[in-house]
Every structure is written in structure tokens, then in C-alpha cells.
Design a protein around this ligand. Sequence first.
Ligand code: NOJ
Length: 571
Amino acid sequence: MLPRCAAPVCHVLLLVLCLSAAEDFDWTKNDRSSSFYYGTFPTGFSWGAGSSAYQTEGAWDKDGKGLSIWDVFSHKKGRVLRNDTGDSSGEGYYKVKDDVSLMNELKLNHYRFSISWPRIIPTGIKSDHINEKGIQYYNELIDHLLENKITPIVTLYHWDLPQVLQEKYGGWQNVSIVNHFNDFASLCFEKFGNRVKYWITFNNPWSVAVEGYETGEHAPGLKMRGTGAYRTAHNIIKAHAKVWHTYDTQWRGRQKGLVGISLSGEWGEPVDINNQKDIEAAERYVQFYLGWFATPIFHGDYPQVMKDYIGKKSTQQGLGSSRLPSFSSQEKSYIKGTCDFLGIGHFTTRYITQKNYPASRGGASFFTDRDLAELVDPRWPDPGSEWLYSVPWGFRRLLNFVKAQYGNPMLYVTENGVSEKMQCTELCDDWRIKYYRDYINELLKAIKDGVNVRGYTAWSLLDKFEWDEGYSERFGLYYVDFRSKNKPRYPKASVQYYKRIISSNGFPNQREVETWKRRATETCSSSNQLLAADPLTSHMEMVTEIVVPTVCTLCILLSAVFLMFLLRRRN
Ligand code: NOJ
């Protein structure tokens, strides 16, 4: 029993806790000190790497898998750079053992992967058909991970919607998808939940909504400017909440796992932190990114600033209601609190300033609704993808923002990493080493600031299909030779570096850390030679598989003809 005086003390404590949960983020305090922080992560911190089904599995039409919107989209000419497709990608479907041994090499604590919905439910509709071979594949992967003491963190939706659901209902535009997604999630809980304890409902719903249904750069390639993204997001948030409740009421008791969502959050820094307009614009940037999904999930409704801006613009367009849909009060309380942990995918930062976009009739879009302009500092390194500038301090800012806005929830970094251009066959990726070193160091500083981060996932384990950029951007710690039939993997120098961070659980001291980079790059030149020899190996493969059998067959035929000729002459 509590002592008598404890009750008022509890109230005071609760009040303090509530106040700290509602704490404001201080935009004007940016400690960008470039000084490196030596120290280690909390005991039990989980180190991982990630992938997603469509980007790595290949086997797009094997063993009863149904079509996904990405299969269809990438097969249409002109949608993906150089018309690349994920048809075979790195053949991850056939390489479970090989890839788990790469994870072992790194000594990963967790591996994040996604389940392809059409691989286990080919049409997306559970009552139509369940594909046992698909279930078998994920069973094998999960079992193999667990045998190697690697915790699976499983994403249910990493963009590969069954094509039938897109054709029949309009995909995420139609609220009926909520129940289909819930059926798919329930099937996953039923089949894999005895072994999987970390579930992520959606990966980066911002991209699904904006790039899939607003700009059309991603599958299903729809361009519904000003409305498509908002409607998609609305249904995704409902679907997420439903799945969380399903787990909570039907599975959690037995399976004791956690259900979260992985949101993409790039950081927006005010161009001038002494200018209130810039601060407000930067906050809008972050709210229209991360806050769009996180605020309903943590607080029950869209960020006020989104409601205000989209509402105002819709009125200016002469529309009778806002293009941003609204949640009923029951929906709000159903959605609020549906997150056991929050996944954060973070890659880069922008400078933000205020910029007005007049809402002319029909001209509105997600981007103009925000009334802001994005800028970059030309001194920021941008080694790979055009959009990806390396700005490590933005990561710490974002994490502190999440802590302040959502009451310091349990966080997992579900994606962080950097790419390089396709032409680059250089395994000595010192720029990636620098990126990981500095971003992970900012993460450590954020934990020191009190942000509740439990794990970090390097993105990605392997090079893979990079959506509309095809194979032109390589994010992997391991290089995949896509030209070779067998898709061999080669470690980049960053493998050695990340491995040291993992084994030291951080950055123990300057003397030791300074030797890591040299040691990591020592080995990469020999791997480089192997890779350089690979075209030769592929050539040899072709010689043994095609040329030799063809020549042999010809020889046999010619000898037969010659023999017949001799026999005839004798007669
Ligand atoms: C976020 C996406 O979730 C992931 O699939 C992609 O590879 C990275 N961004 C890099 O573009």
C-alpha cells in the first residue's frame, strides 16, 4: 500500500510528467557543434540493418506469388529509370542462408524486412486464396534469423500492394482496403506471431501517399494533385489503427509483441532562426511530413497547422470543404495511442523559408499547400541520390523534436544510410563510413539529451532496387553485382566500420575509433580486385553455360553427318 502522503506526491509527479510530455521544441537552440562525442550506447541497444520485399526478393512471379502494383508499374515503359524492374533484384528469395550469414558477419542484433502481401495472399483478398509457399518462405527466413540470434523486425506494408486491390477498389483511395489490410495483418500474426515480436504496420506512408497518389512517381503512378495524398493517408492511418487494435485485443495476450509504424522524417531547419516566419515554415515542413501521421497516432487528430493551411487554401479555391478529410470523434479516440513504438526513417535535412503559393482554382497540391521553399547548403556533401545531403546535426534535431512533440515515445531508427551512384564499383566507401560515423554519433548525442531510442537500423544490408531510380542508387553495406547471374555480394569497407561500432556498442575512445577507418579500408582493396575480376567470371559462366554446350552439340551433329557420308560412300 502507498503511504498516505504518496497520493498528492503522485499527482504532482503526474502533473510534472504531463507538462514534460507537452514540452515545446526550442527552434532557436541549435547546437551544431561538430565536436565528436565519445561514449557508448545504453546496454541492450539493438543494432540492425534493413531491407524490403520488392527491393530485394526478386522471384516476382514464382511459387504462386500474385502481382503487386510495383510489378505492374515497373513493367510499364518509362516509369523506372532505364526500365529496370525488381523481377530478380538481388534474388534474396533464394539466398536466405547466404544473407543471414552476412548479418552474422556484422553481428547484427536485429534484421528489418518486409512481407510481400501478394506473395502470401496473391489477390490481396484473404478469402480468395492463401499461398502456402509464400508462408513457407517467410517461416524459413524467420527461423533462420532466430537460430542465429537475430531478432526479426517485420514490416507489413513496404509499398507492394496486391495489384488486384488497386484495380478493383482504387487501392488506398478506397476505405474498403482497411479490412483487407487487417485480414492480411491477422494472417501474419497467426502464422508468424509466435516468433515475431516487433511489427511495423506501414513503412513511410508519406511516400505511399505523396509519390504514389499525388505526383505519380511511384506505383500505382496516380497524379491526383491536392487530394490523392490526403485521402490515401487518411485510409492508411485508419488501417494502422485497426491493425494495432486487432493485435491488442486478439494477439498481444498470447504473443506479447509490439506494434508500431515507421515514419519518414526529414528535418527542416529554419533558414534564419531569428525569423519567426522561417521558424513557422520549418515547423510546417516537419508537420506535413512526420506530423501528418504521428499527430493523429499520438494525439488523435491531424496537426492544427495542416488543418488550417489546407482548409484555408480549399476555401480560397472555392471548395465547400477542406481537401484534408476529417476524423469523427470516435475515430479520433480509436486512433489515438495506437503505437507501442515509433520507427523513424531519416536520411537528410533541408533549410526552410516561408514562400506563399496563391491557391488558384485547380492549381493546389500537397506541396503548394505548405507555403514554403526548401533550400540546401551547397557545402553539404551529396555522394549519391540527388535528394540526399549529409547533414548529421539534423538527425539530433529531429529526434529531439519527436521527444518534445509526442511525449518521448519508445523509438527505433528504422532507416538511416546513404547511397552512391551506380557507376561506382568502388568498395572503399569512405564517404559512407563518414556518414554512418557522424549520424550514429548524433544519435548518441540525442540519447544523451534524453531521447528514448532503443535501436538503430542501417539502410540497407544490400544494394537493391531503388524504386523509380532502379538500380542506379546503391544503399547497401554489401555491394550486389547485378550483372552476374548469381548476384554475388561483396562487403564494402563500411561493413568493417559498422561492425566495429556494433562490437564496441558505440565509440569508446578517440584512440581506438581513429584506427577503425584505416582498418576498414585496408581490406576493401582486395575485395575490389575480386569485384573487378567479376566481369571475367560472368564471361566464364557464359562460356560454360552457353558456348561449351552449343559447340559440343555442333561437333556431335557434324560427326554424325560425316559418319553418314562415309557409310554412304562405302555402300
Ligand atoms: C525510404 C524507403 O522506405 C526505402 O525503401 C528506400 O530505399 C529509402 N527511402 C532510400 O530511398
